[in-house]
Structure formats: structure tokens, C-alpha cells
Design a binder for this molecule. Structure first.
Ligand code: FAD
Ligand code: NAG
Ligand code: NAG
Ligand code: NAG
Ligand code: NAG
Ligand code: NAG
Ligand code: NAG
Ligand code: NAG
Ligand code: NAG
Length: 510
């Protein structure tokens, strides 16, 4: 840390307002609240402000490291006293570095808040939001319990549970946010509230789908599930599929989803560049957590495809399945994770209006042609949210702020820079925008996804569908409508009540 005399020389003037934000004043208020922090001139500052997606360079005014909710509240007040923007950072895995706010923000880094307490009396767990998914899975598993969540160990529970949280157990148990029974939330004015079904109900509703815009959730109380007695991860690969074979793989996946597949079955298709033009590589990855043989369930789908080039079947314990799917250490203190430099988009397809043959063919043709010549690493995941029996879609649309309870597929499109390091070439944006456009421009006009593609403008007639907020995209037109759908007006009204100064501001906010 710098001596106060030197810090006093550093004042940042935001272009938006006349207020000068003095680092020395901030430093005194944070110290008065007992909160440790790092400032731009500190040795480790560049390390703690490095984004997972290195396409983004954001320089906050300070990064605070509170150890409890009271310190979070003190830090928020220290920021708002100077009209600063404040952003929470949990695992730092936002696709667009939203955990750092914007240049000049105060970052509340939750990495010193990693408590997990498991209550066997009512099968809940109290989880502080500095935890990451791999560590949570390990801790719960040690008590024979589990939670639905995504596959990457290093993703933080803060962002993940605030905006969704999809993994292969989600068809059985819902999204991560569906498991939240109550939460402790620090509001913009520094008040600490408990939000639940019976207390601060508007806030409770809003933090399950839009938490970054509402407050800083310091802990969540979640419903846990018995860790399944066994689990099998299955991975199949087709090294080179023609346009018609790959189109068939998607359309028959839609048909398969509509058949009576059990909740305990989760899967996704993963496309990547093929070995020659007009061809694409396909992977099928999933897991089965039920009893009996997963092959009986999967056979009707596999029978519609050619023989795979390879397969890897990993039967074992539940925690083994979490580990295999992660493909990285579950204990995130054992090694740091490599960053990437990328752009990603998402589209969520409505169950009631599956992708047409024209949309599928255009999409696959794009992946086989532009995808072959593109020359940078890319992949597309077609994640099965819906289909028969999905717990995600059993939750009533208005029960939480999550705006999409009728999704069949969440399609994620992802392209890295050539070296996986900056700079990110314009060709990457063009490639993915064009890919999303191949689907949208061949789909019914009442799909609102038209706004997901900058080059396409069409009349939005149905706002109940959206893109997935956890795959945040900084290039969307009308992002708030796409992300929050029909919940946007209620979210804006709650936001106006609890955060009138827009202290918790971000490009993908409400
Ligand atoms: C490698 C990788 C794999 C992924 N896999 C999956 C997957 O399988 N399934 C899936 O659903 N998603 C997945 N995601 C997306 C992931 O869920 C989101 O990026 C998530 O928001 C990251 O959360 P975080 O806490 O790590 O991020 P952060 O960058 O720390 O935060 C993300 C946003 O949430 C806000 N925030 C963080 N903590 C809090 C808090 N306590 N209170 C209020 N706001 C908060 C931040 O301000 C920011 O706006 C993946 C992402 C990556 C990078
Ligand atoms: C800086 O980082 C190093 C290595 O992670 C750590 O040992 C040290 O305590 C950090 N210093 C501060 C001031 O946080
Ligand atoms: C934030 O600051 C960094 C470093 O100065 C700069 O590269 C970046 O462009 C700035 N971002 C914005 C949005 O101005
Ligand atoms: C679960 O039990 C703990 C104490 O063991 C209690 O604090 C908590 O309120 C209970 N939660 C619910 C949802 O009943
Ligand atoms: C992760 O590893 C660290 C260091 O080895 C250890 O202290 C910690 O208990 C482990 N965490 C879990 C959840 O196993
Ligand atoms: C909230 O209460 C309603 C009605 O009692 C119930 O259906 C719902 O499951 C509860 N939600 C949570 C998260 O506890
Ligand atoms: C779009 O409109 C058609 C025809 O009116 C309807 O069948 C379909 O369900 C709608 N799709 C969506 C996504 O609303
Ligand atoms: C954004 O969506 C709203 C709601 O459907 C619509 O009225 C508005 O025209 C859209 N704005 C832009 C810029 O596309
Ligand atoms: C802080 O904001 C909340 C939500 O708007 C409000 O209920 C509470 O009274 C405020 N507290 C103070 C001290 O202003």
C-alpha cells in the first residue's frame, strides 16, 4: 500500500460527473470499516484485476477484500459516499468481466468469504459467495449431498447462482438459483437484509435471475440433494459429419428431447471445426444419475446417427462424474486456471417452437463452411435445458426473475482469439454474429432473438424469450429485453427502489 500522502495525489475524475473520487478518502473509509484493499499502485493490483476473458482490461479504483457481510456493507458505503460504482466479484468468470464493473469502479472481491456450512437437519447448506463450484461440490459431497451447477470448477457461485446455473443435473434438480431458500444481501445504501419467501420478497425474487443489478449477495442458503449413488459420464465423438448428417444430429436431438427421457439424464451436443470444408466435428457429452443403464435411454438417439469415431464412458461415483465433466481440479486452491480471450453469444430456443429444418440447415452449413475457413478455435454447445420432465421448466415463469422457463436448447457459440491471448480480431465478432444470424434469420419472426444479432433488425413481437445472462454478451442490441424478457419492468421497479443511484451498474444490467 502507498503512504496516504502519495495516495492523496491520485484523484480520478469520471467523465459522467463532476465528483472527484479520492483514493485517500476511500482508503480511510475502508480502513475505518476494517476492510483490506488493494489500489492501482499496489504490487498485486494487476494480478487481482486480470479478467478471465482477456478481451477486457478494466482498471478499478480499488479492490476491497471483505471477510463478512458487515465489511461488505462498510465497503459499499465507502464507495457510495463518493458516488462510485460498485461491483461484486465472486469467481471472476463473467464472460465480459462484469465483476470488475467499469474503469474507476470499486470492486468488492468476495474471495475471502468461503464459508460453507451443511445442515443435516433440513438438508440445506449456507454458502458464502466467495466459493467456487468445484470446492462447493467437494464440500457437499463429503456430507453425501449435491447441488445442481455448471461444469467448470473455477466458476464462482456468486454470478452463477445469481443469473442461472446450468449443469447436467439441472433437468433433475433445476438451475442453481432454483435451490435458493434465502439469501443475505447488502443493498446500495449499506443495509444488510435477509431475503426469502417471507422477508424482502421482492429482493428475493430479483436476486434469483438478476442479482448483480440488485445488491451484493454475501451468502445463499440452498436446498441440497442426496448425491446420487452412482453416475455415468458419456462422451461420443464424430470427427467428420456432412451437412446432412450434422443437421440430422440436431433435428433428431429435438425429437429425442420430446420423448419420455428421465430427469436424471443430461446432455449436450458440441460442434467444432471439421477436417475439411462442408464437414463439422460433433461431440455428444452427458451424464446419467439414475438407476439402470443410460444406454437404454440414449439408444433411440444414437440409432439416428452413424457410428461414432470414438467414445469414452466413465461410470463411477457422483463426485467422479463432477470431476470428469470439469476436466480440471475440483479443488481450486490446488492450481490457478488459464485465462482465454474470446467472444461468445447465446440463443435459447423455445420448446413450443423448435428450430425449423431451414434454420438447422443454415446453421450447420455455416459451421461447415465459414467454420472450416475461420482458422480460430471455436465451439458451439447445444445444451438440453428442456425436453420431457425437465425440472428447469417446471418452475413457474414468475416464481423467480429468471426469464426463460420454456427453453428447449441453450445454444452457446464461442470463439477464441488465434493465440488465446489479446488482441481479439474483428473476424471473431463477424464469425459469431454471422453464425447466430444463420439461425435467427431462418426462424419465425416471433423469436425475439433477432435482436441478438446486430446486423438483423426485425420487429420484436414476443419478449418472453431471451439470451442466457450467464453467457454475457457485450454486443447485444436491446440486451435488457433479451435477458430479462417479461420480467424487465418488475426488475426495473425493484432496482429503482433499492438502487436508485445505479451503484451496481453493468452493460447487461436491468
Ligand atoms: C470456463 C467457464 C465455464 C462455464 N460453464 C458454465 C456452465 O457449465 N453452466 C452455466 O450455467 N454457466 C457456465 N459459465 C458461465 C458462468 O455461470 C458465469 O460466467 C457466471 O456469472 C460466473 O460467475 P462468477 O461469480 O465466477 O463471475 P464474476 O465475474 O465474479 O461475477 C459475474 C457477475 O455477477 C456479479 N456477482 C458476482 N458475485 C455476486 C454476488 N455475490 N452478488 C451479486 N452479484 C454478484 C458480478 O458483479 C458480475 O456482474 C461458465 C463460464 C466460464 C468462464
Ligand atoms: C501479493 O501476492 C502474493 C502472492 O500471491 C502474496 O503472498 C502477498 O501476500 C500479496 N500481497 C498483498 C499486499 O496482498
Ligand atoms: C479502461 O482502462 C483501460 C486501461 O487504461 C483501457 O485500456 C480501456 O480502454 C478502458 N475502458 C474504457 C471502457 O474506457
Ligand atoms: C435449516 O436449519 C438451520 C439450522 O440448522 C436454520 O438456521 C435454517 O433457517 C433452516 N432453513 C430452513 C429453510 O428451514
Ligand atoms: C483444497 O486444498 C486445500 C489445500 O490443499 C485444502 O486446505 C482444502 O481443504 C481443500 N478443499 C477441499 C474442499 O477439499
Ligand atoms: C416459496 O413459497 C411458495 C408458496 O408457499 C412455494 O411454492 C415455493 O416453493 C417457495 N419457494 C422457496 C424458494 O422456498
Ligand atoms: C410463433 O407464432 C406461431 C404461429 O402463431 C406459434 O405457433 C408459435 O408458438 C410462436 N412461437 C413463439 C416462440 O412464440
Ligand atoms: C427493445 O425492445 C423493446 C421491447 O420490445 C422495443 O419496444 C424496442 O423498440 C427495442 N429497442 C431497440 C433499440 O431495438
Ligand atoms: C436502505 O434501502 C432499503 C431499500 O430501499 C430501505 O428499506 C432502507 O430503509 C434503507 N436504509 C437506510 C438506512 O436508508
Amino acid at each position: 500500500m502507498l503512504p496516504a500522502s502519495l495516495l492523496g495525489l491520485v484523484a480520478i475524475f469520471l467523465s459522467s460527473g463532476a465528483a472527484a473520487q479520492s483514493v485517500s478518502v476511500l482508503q480511510s473509509s475502508l480502513s475505518a470499516g476494517g476492510v483490506s484493499a488493494l489500489y492501482p499502485t499496489d504490487k498485486n493490483f494487476s494480478t487481482v484485476t486480470k479478467a478471465f476473458n482477456e478481451r477486457f482490461t478494466i482498471v478499478p479504483l480499488a479492490v476491497a477484500f471483505p471477510t463478512n457481510a458487515q465489511q461488505v456493507a462498510a465497503a459499499v458505503k465507502a464507495g457510495t459516499a463518493q458516488k462510485m460504482e460498485v461491483a461484486a466479484r465472486s469467481g471472476g468468470h463473467s464472460y465480459i468481466a462484469n465483476g470488475f464493473g467499469r474503469n474507476g469502479s470499486l470492486v468488492i472481491d468476495l474471495s475471502k468469504m468461503k464459508g460453507i456450512s451443511i445442515r443435516s437437519s433440513n438438508n440445506t447448506a449456507l454458502i458464502e459467495t466467495g466459493n467456487r463450484l468445484g470446492d462447493i461440490a467437494l464440500a457437499l459431497n463429503a456430507a453425501g449431498r449435491a447441488l445442481p451447477h455448471g461444469t467448470c470448477s473455477y466458476v464462482g457461485i456468486g454470478g452463477h447462482s445469481g443469473m442461472g446455473g446450468f449443469g447436467f443435473t439441472s433437468r433433475a434438480w433445476g438451475l442453481t438459483l432454483d435451490t435458493i431458500k434465502s439469501a443475505t444481501v447488502v443493498l446500495a445504501n449499506g443495509t444488510i437484509v435477509t431475503a426469502s419467501n417471507t422477508s424482502n420478497t421482492d429482493i428475493f425474487w430479483a436476486i434469483r435471475g438478476a442479482s448483480p443489478s440488485i445488491g451484493i449477495v454475501t451468502s445463499i442458503e440452498v436446498q441440497t440433494f442426496p448425491a446420487p449413488a452412482s453416475a455415468t459420464v458419456f462422451q461420443y465423438g464424430w470427427d467428420s459429419l456432412t451437412i446432412s448428417a450434422a443437421s440430422n444430429a440436431i433435428s433428431s436431438f429435438q425429437t429425442f428431447a420430446a420423448s419420455n427421457i428421465p430427469q436424471e439424464f443430461g446432455a449436450e451436443l458440441v460442434f467444432s471445426a471439421g477436417p475439411s470444408t462442408s464437414h463439422v466435428a460433433l461431440g455428444l457429452t452427458g451424464a446419467y444419475y439414475g438407476t439402470g443403464d443410460y444406454k437404454t435411454i440414449l439408444a433411440p438417439y444414437l440409432n439416428t446417427l452413424s457410428a461414432p469415431s470414438w467414445s469414452t464412458i466413465s461410470p463411477g461415483s457422483y463426485i467422479n462424474s463432477v470431476s470428469v465433466l470439469a476436466g480440471q481440479p475440483l479443488n481450486t486452491s490446488t492450481a490457478p486456471e488459464d485465462p482465454d480471450t474470446f467472444y461468445a453469444k447465446s440463443l435459447m430456443t423455445p420448446s413450443g417452437s423448435p428450430m425449423s429444418a431451414a434454420a438447422i440447415t443454415a446453421f450447420v452449413t455455416y459451421m461447415t463452411k465459414q467454420g472450416f475457413t475461420f482458422g480460430q478455435s471455436w465451439f458451439v454447445e447445444v445444451e438440453l435445458y428442456g425436453g420431457s420432465n425437465s425440472a428447469i421448466n417446471k418452475v413457474a415463469l414468475d416464481a423467480t426473475a429468471f426469464s426463460k422457463r420454456d427453453t428447449l436448447f441453450t445454444i452457446q457459440m464461442y470463439a477464441s482469439s488465434p493465440s488465446f491471448a489479446p488482441p481479439y480480431p474483428a473476424s471473431g465478432f463477424t464469425f459469431l454474429d454471422g453464425m447466430a444470424s444463420s439461425i435467427v434469420s431462418n426462424s419465425p419472426s416471433n423469436w425475439s432473438y433477432g435482436y441478438a444479432v446486430n446486423s438483423i433488425h426485425r420487429v420484436l413481437t414476443d419478449v418472453s424469450f431471451s439470451a442466457y445472462l450467464n453467457y454475457a454478451d457485450d454486443r447485444l442490441t436491446n440486451a435488457s429485453t433479451l435477458y430479462y424478457g417479461s420480467h424487465l419492468p418488475r426488475l426495473q421497479s425493484i432496482k429503482a427502489a433499492v438502487d436508485p443511484q445505479d451503484t451496481f451498474r453493468m452493460p447487461t444490467g436491468v
